[in-house]
Structure formats: C-alpha cells, structure tokens
Design a protein around this ligand. Structure first.
Ligand SMILES: O=P(O)(O)OC[C@H]1O[C@](O)(CO)[C@@H](O)[C@@H]1O
Length: 546
C-alpha cells in the first residue's frame, strides 16, 4: 500500500490546530499544571527503562487531542504498516525502507521483490560476528602477524555519523580497540589521524554504500598509499575491509571479496548503523553489546508499531515538533543530553532529520505551502548552559528542547551525578517557570540598592518562562537503551514526513553541490577558466589559484 498523498492543510485537525494556536499563544504551561493535578500522569509515557515526560509543553488536553486526530487523519497507522512491511515508500528511488528489518527477530519474514530479507540480514550478522570475534581473540591478524590495536572507519554522512556517535556514546563498553573516524576530504584531517597510527596494527574499514563518494574514495586512496609505503598489495587483504552495495567497485579498489560486507538498497545511509555499516561499533563494544543495541531498537520498533498513538513516544514526539514548527512558528529544536557520551547525538540527528525532511515539494511533486523539516542542534548539558542557554531563557526565539538524562551514571560517582541531574531538573523548571517582575523586585529590594536602581535593573533580570521542554529520563546509558533512543528519533522523523506529505528517504538536495564541485575541481587544476560561474565564484577561484 503506497503512502496516502494527503496534504496536511486539507485535514480538519490541521485547521482546528490553527485556531487553537492563535489562542495558545497566550496560554501558560504553569496554568495547565494548576488546572490539572494529574497533568504529569496524563502527559508522560513509560517504556522499558524510559520515562518520556511531555507535560512541560504548551499543549493543553484539547490541543493534544487535535494533534492525535491529525495523526489519524493523515492515515499514519497505514503508513506505519507500509514502512514495516517493506512497501516501496521511497518512491523517488523506487525502494523499500527497511532499516527496521536489520533489528527484527529471525522468526519474522519480510519480503522485498519476492525474497525474505530477514535471512539475508541474519547471514550478514553472522559474518560480522565471526570477524569481530576473530579480531578480538587475535585469530585475525594484521599483515605483520600482529593483533590489531586500532580501527579506522573511512566514510562520510550516514557511513560515518551513526557509527561515530555510537562508538563514542558506548565507549564505556569498549573492548580494547581504539576507534578513529576519517570523514572529511580535508587532507589535514586524514594525515593528522594517520600520524597516530601504525600500519602493522591498524585495521581499515572503508564504508560507502555507493562506493562512489568523492570524499571517501579520495581518503581511502590516500590511506592505501600510506599503507603501501610500508608493505605491498598482498597485505591489503589482512588490513582492509569494506562495507558497500557496490561489490564491483570494492573489488576494483583491491579488497578481497571475503572482506566485503554487503549493504542493501532498502537501507538508507543515514539509517544504516544497524547494518554492517556498524562494524566499527561491533569492533569497539563487542558483538554481544552490538546485539543489545539492535534489541533496544527492535523494542522501540514494536512500541512504535503497536502502541496507541496517545501512548506512543515517537508519535507524540513528532506531533510536539509539528505543533511548534507549523503552528507556533518555531524554527528549530534543541537536543540537550546530560552526558558527555552523547556529544555527537546532535550532529547525528542533524543528518537523520534534516537530510530526511528538508524537502519543499509534496509527494505529488507540488511545492508545499507550509513548513517542513526544522533545524536540529544541541550540545550536552551542563556545557551548553554556559554557552547558549542565555538565548533559550531570555532570547526572542521559541526553541522547544529535548532534555535527555540518566538516573544512574556509568562509573557510579553519585556526587557528580546528583549535581549533573540537579542542573537538568533546574533548567527545565527554570524554562517553565521563569522569574516574574515581582520576584525580581523582591530579590533586588533585599539588596542594599536604591529604588531607582531596582527599577533600572528589573527588566534585564525577568525571565518570561513558559519555554517548552521534553524530559527523557532513562535508567542508564546501556547499548539497549541507546538503541531504543536512536530508533525513537528515527520513527519521529518518519511520522513528521508522513504528516508533512513529503518523501523522507531520498536526498536529491545533496547532488547539485557534488556536481559543481567536480567541475570546479577540473578548473582549479587547469590554468584556464571556463568563465561559466557567477561573478563571485569566478573571483574567488582566481584568488585561490593565485
Ligand atoms: O555511503 P555513501 O554512498 O558513501 O554515502 C555517504 C552519504 O552521502 C549521502 O548520499 C549524501 O550526503 C548520504 O545520504 C550518505 O549517507
């Protein structure tokens, strides 16, 4: 069943939400709490080791019903089934979207073009496990007969951001191999990384779904040349492994066919960390932990597929985002994890969300007349408190934020953890309550300053409050919980795309820049110029060449 091409602004609920928004602008979240002593009870969802609290939002019970109605009218239930069962919902590339199949239990069957892909997934997982176990036990040795100490993932976008974020997030579970990520085509980035490495003990993973990406191939060739300085082509089979759908191109690069881990076109790059693209993750944390990551994601998949929308975390999270983006003119949302381990979560979500939903034509190819993908950004707390929280508290922009915190730290240092989490709780409360002029006046009057000075300082010290946050409180940062958290965001992005009536799984918008870069590169290498560029680009090219 294809996705229904329903434009949201033709839906009844969309129009009632518009009306509700014009009134809600003067509403107060604090008053919502005052008028409902069970608001927390009614506005939170428990799932495994997660508590998802969305009570601190500018969403009244009536607005919540209208948002849930919007999901119904957009036929979200049908869309979710189409997504999980392998319909070719990526219609501009004629592909199914089945990253969920990568973490589904072996007993299910999902067919793509008449083939049960769950069996294929299982075979690749076994190939990965055997490799990871051999590297860890020292059975798989380098060309020099040594055990590996370092792994380098060479890839970009989805072939970098997910594995990079997860290996960093789960470094507490690391089994001993150091991981490095080379992504940018910047030579300095490559050489800086290579400086730390010994070819005799370094394993290279070249990860590229297409195996045509300019950055990855340039970097892979540079690394291969560096490697061949000390050794010969025969040694490549011991130290180089590739992950790709383009088996021919990988073989031409010189990688042994046994060292190629397949990917499939029904997995988009930005949703691929669950596949063999996650080899660096499995090498870092061990295969059992990698399986736990998949398990956590599968549990979130089941929750998303089966829970009623009113109790469904990804659905609610997407509806909250749509509420602010489409009805209250918020342009961005912040991701604030209260753990340094998740410092790469925001960059990862930038690709997942903005490459997916940064679209301005609907599924009929017509220009939309409503907002789609929002801007996603963030940094861990408490660092971000000392950076951009000023703007969250007193700036002119409405920025809903996800606060992600853990009940337990990994090393069990309670003194630090209590301080960290006190900040988490204090910030969400401060954003909610603010500080009124009366409170500020009282505080200033208790100081030894003149009445004039009190009035002069007062406006600068007022906090309007009423600034919305979601609190996601999780027991502990484990592979399983991280799997659930990432899957939660993946499904949120999917729901947004369904309601916005856009295609979330293609990325044509990145092509033009790639084409132009190739033609400009030819001109940078030659003495002459084609003169076909705009005035500014021509001038800058000239300056660069001079
Ligand atoms: O894995 P590949 O084919 O090298 O592509 C890398 C990335 O480039 C893009 O195609 C465009 O940025 C992403 O979608 C993808 O994750």
């Amino acid at each position: 069943m294809p996705l229904h091409n329903l434009n949201p602004n033709q839906l009844k609920a969309w129009n009632s939400l518009k009306e509700s928004a014009s009134k809600a602008e003067n509403d107060s979240i604090l008053e919502y709490f005052e008028s409902d002593i069970n608001r927390f009870e009614n506005f939170h969802v428990k799932f495994n080791e997660f508590v998802f609290d969305y009570s601190k939002h500018l969403i009244s019970p009536n607005i919540k019903s209208e948002l849930l109605q919007l999901a119904e009218e957009a036929k979200l239930k049908d869309a979710i089934e189409a997504y999980f069962t392998g319909d070719k919902i990526n219609q501009t590339e004629n592909r199914a979207v089945l990253h969920t199949a990568l973490r589904q239990s072996k007993t299910t069957s999902i067919e793509v073009d008449g083939e049960n892909i769950v069996l294929k997934v299982e075979a690749v997982l076994q190939q990965m496990q055997s490799f990871v176990d051999k590297v860890h036990s020292g059975e798989w040795k380098s060309y020099a007969g040594k055990t590996f100490t370092d792994v380098v993932n060479i890839g970009i976008g989805g072939s970098d951001l997910g594995p990079n974020m997860v290996t960093e997030a789960l470094q507490y579970y690391n089994k001993g191999l150091k991981t490095h990520f080379i992504s940018n085509v910047e030579g300095d980035h490559v050489h800086q990384t290579l400086k730390k490495l010994n070819p005799e003990t370094t394993l290279f993973l070249i990860v590229s779904k297409s195996f045509t990406t300019q950055e990855t191939l340039t970097n892979a060739n540079t690394v291969r040349e560096w490697f061949l300085n000390d050794t010969n082509k025969e040694s490549i089979k011991d130290n180089f492994v590739a992950v790709s759908t383009n088996l021919e191109a990988v073989k031409n690069f010189g990688i042994a066919s046994d060292n190629i881990y397949p990917m499939y076109d029904w997995v988009g790059g930005r949703y691929s960390l669950w596949s063999s693209v996650g080899l660096s993750i499995a090498l870092s944390i061990g295969f059992e932990n990698f399986k736990a990551l998949l398990k956590g994601a599968e549990e979130m998949d089941q929750h998303f597929r089966n829970a009623d929308f009113s109790e469904n975390i990804p659905v609610i999270s997407a509806l909250i985002s749509i509420w602010y983006n489409n009805f209250l003119d918020a342009e961005s949302e912040a991701i604030i994890p209260y753990t340094q381990y998740l410092q790469k979560l925001a960059p990862y979500l930038q690709q997942a969300s903005m490459e997916s939903n940064g679209k301005s034509v609907d599924r009929d190819g017509k220009k939309v007349n409503y907002q789609t993908g929002n801007l996603v950004w963030g940094e861990p707390g408490t660092n971000s408190q000392h950076a951009f929280f000023q703007l969250l508290h007193q700036g002119t922009k409405l920025i809903p934020a996800d606060f992600i915190g853990f009940k337990n730290s990994l090393f069990g240092d309670k003194k630090h953890h209590d301080i960290l989490m006190a900040n988490f709780l204090a910030q969400t409360e401060a954003l909610l309550k603010g500080k009124t002029a009366e409170e500020v006046r009282k505080e200033l009057e208790s100081k030894n300053i003149s009445a004039e000075e009190v009035e002069r300082l007062l406006p600068f010290k007022v906090f309007e409050g009423n600034r919305p946050t979601t609190s996601i409180l999780i027991d502990k940062l484990t592979p399983r919980n991280l799997g659930s958290l990432i899957a939660m965001y993946e499904h949120k992005i999917f729901v947004q795309g369904v309601i916005w009536n856009i295609f979330s799984f293609d990325q044509w918008g990145v092509e033009l820049g790639k084409q132009l870069a190739n033609s400009i590169l030819n001109e940078l290498k030659s003495k002459t110029s084609t003169g076909t560029h705009d005035q500014s680009t021509e001038a800058l090219m000239k300056l660069y060449k001079s």
